[in-house]
Design a protein around this ligand. Structure first.
Ligand SMILES: [Zn+2]
Length: 123
């Protein structure tokens, strides 16, 4: 896939981790930063794989559900821990459903602080 596009966005929310001993077992918040990479083989007559505006809108819609919430109360995080790893996977799957034909998600990276992130991708 010769074209790779990347957009970033962020959201603020609270979470806690079950089956975990340490600071993250208590409710606390993060300003999560999300990087979304998509790939494709063909660009259109205008020279675009997908309009950045459209791509940002898709990411915004997906993150909007998570913003200013306690993540543990939102499915599927009522069943699986809202770790950065699981958040990246859920965003990946939700963006995937919304993309037009010819554009695929390559990876989703979720930064929970300036120096810690998790990336999800499918081979
Ligand atoms: Zn945390």
């Amino acid at each position: 896939m010769p074209w790779v596009l990347k957009v970033t966005d962020s959201f603020s929310s609270a979470h806690f981790l079950k089956n975990y001993r340490g600071k993250c077992e208590n409710v606390h918040g993060h300003n999560w930063r999300v990087e979304l990479e998509v790939v494709g083989e063909k660009i259109d007559k205008t020279g675009l794989l997908i309009d950045f505006k459209v791509l940002k809108g898709i990411l915004r819609d997906v993150l909007g559900v998570l913003d200013h919430r306690l993540l543990n109360e939102i499915p599927p995080f009522d069943r699986c821990n809202p770790s950065s790893e699981n958040i990246a996977k859920v965003i990946f799957e939700q963006v995937k459903e919304r993309l037009p034909e010819g554009v695929r998600v390559r990876s989703v990276t979720v930064w929970e602080s300036d120096n810690a992130c998790a990336t999800y991708f499918e081979e």
